[in-house]
Design a protein around this ligand. Structure first.
Ligand code: NAD
Length: 421
């Protein structure tokens, strides 16, 4: 029996470790294998100076953690955020290992980040930050080693600077070092919306499992970035009613429905989502508790915990973000009958299309957007079915089922590869 009181709900790494420990205990793994695959394989901490436009120079700290590379190269995004620290990057890297394994794509898990606030930086400052950070981690990344991608506060433009900096480092153009890059330098059709499209594919499966009709159902989305905004837009276009949206500034509620495009336009023009006229302003905490059938947390980790899980009204939660729900909240939600599609399955659409992008780069071929989406749907529907079957068979929640599948696959890779020397 796991003593859950040893894990601190406010720490993403503790939550990652608890999720791992609960599932690993059910698998009865050899202790040395469990210990080995729980820990990050390699961690790099770098510090470098950033020159601001006004001439000021500040020393920044960045990280790249390769949690596991048993099944293939490390894979995982780059985050620029004030909250980034080594433990958060370790947790995010671990979640990438389990995510790639649960959808059975040939990658391990990695993640990177820089502790900084890019929202206050000019484009030129963000470019210098990106290039200097990538230069520092260049010795350990590469198409066969570790392939970064976008995450919070990084986008296709940032990935283009990654390609350029790494190509200077290697002295030849190497676009397969990173995914989520612009189409003009080898990006994949469908990658921009892939994480959100994936959320919608697994939501459709979850809705079928619980007998919910998505047409006209009420949806709340937390976070209005790459994942949250596109999820809201796709669901709005598909006939769902998006009643709540938010970003870091706060949230909006309109029981009659919000038009995500108009909310985004308002934000782009005014810089403030909370002044959107056709809605009531709510806090991000209130947003999570709004009446709705579907809740998509798509901002940061640590949003649904012991203190608020009981008040969540949604019937289905699809975790667009990584780590938004604690295992303590999972227990409460499971008892309430809320169907949670865990992050490592729900938002795996991003890394799956990143895999397609990498495959296209290596083969020097380009697929159509329909091809990409069809292959994405196939992988996610199959993975959902596999996880759901384990959940039903073992009478456990979808998260522990997903971890059991993923950990089982990584453990088997370790078992057959053995120990060197
Ligand atoms: P993003 O930077 O594009 O957007 C983040 C959004 O969250 C912004 O709208 C921001 O204002 C909002 N936000 C930040 N802090 C918040 C808070 N405390 N409360 C409410 N909103 C807040 O980032 P993204 O790429 O959309 O990533 C969002 C989440 O999805 C992260 O957990 C990320 O790890 C995860 N994720 C992203 C991808 C991807 O392909 N980009 C793939 C899988 C998972």
């Amino acid at each position: 029996m796991i003593d859950k009181s040893r894990y601190d709900e406010s720490k993403p790494l503790d939550m990652h470790n608890l999720q791992f420990d609960v599932a690993a205990a059910k698998l009865n793994l050899e202790p040395w294998i469990a210990a080995k695959i729980k820990q990050p394989r390699r961690e790099l901490t770098v510090s470098f100076p950033l020159r601001y436009d006004d001439g000021r120079i500040e020393l920044l700290t960045g990280y790249r953690v390769q949690h596991n590379t048993l099944r293939g190269p490390g894979k995982g995004g780059i985050r620029f955020h004030p909250q980034v620290d080594l433990d958060e990057v370790r947790a995010l890297a671990g979640w990438m290992t389990w995510k790639c394994a649960v959808v059975d794509i040939p990658f391990g898990g990695a993640k990177g980040g820089v502790t900084c606030d890019p929202t206050t930086m000019s484009l030129a400052e963000k470019e210098r930050l990106t290039r200097r950070y990538i230069w520092e981690i260049s010795p350990i990344i590469g198409p066969e080693q570790d392939i970064p991608a976008p995450d919070v506060n990084t986008d296709a433009q940032v990935m283009a600077w990654v390609v350029d900096t790494y190509s200077v480092f290697k002295s030849y153009t190497c676009n397969s070092v990173v995914t989520g890059k612009p189409l003009s330098i080898g990006g994949s059709l469908g990658r921009l919306k892939a994480t959100s499209q994936g959320c919608v594919y697994v939501l459709a499966e979850a809705a079928r499992a619980v007998g919910l009709n998505l047409d006209g159902c009420r949806v709340v989305v937390q976070g209005m970035g790459n994942v949250g905004y596109h999820a809201a837009e796709i669901l709005h276009d598909a006939g769902a009613v998006v009643v709540g949206m938010s970003n870091v500034q706060g949230g909006l509620y309109n029981p009659g429905g919000l038009d995500p495009r108009r909310v985004l336009e308002h934000f782009q023009v005014t810089g403030d989502i909370t002044t959107y006229p056709e809605a009531q302003a709510v806090t991000n905490q209130e947003l999570l508790e709004l009446p709705c059938e579907v809740l998509i947390p798509a901002a940061l980790e640590g949003q649904i915990g012991r203190s608020n899980a009981e008040r969540v009204q949604a019937k289905i939660i699809v975790e667009g973000a990584n780590g938004p729900t604690s295992p303590f909240a999972d227990d409460i939600l499971y008892d309430k009958g809320v169907f949670v599609v865990p992050d490592i399955l729900a938002n795996a659409g991003g890394v799956t299309v990143s895999y397609f992008e990498w495959v296209q780069n290596l083969q020097k071929l380009f697929w159509t957007e329909d091809d990409v989406n069809q292959k994405l749907r196939d992988i996610l529907v199959r993975s959902f079915g596999e996880v759901h079957a384990v959940a039903r068979q073992e009478k456990i929640n979808m998260r522990t089922a997903a971890y059991m599948l993923a950990i089982g696959r990584v453990a088997e890779a370790k078992r057959v590869r053995g120990i060197f020397p």
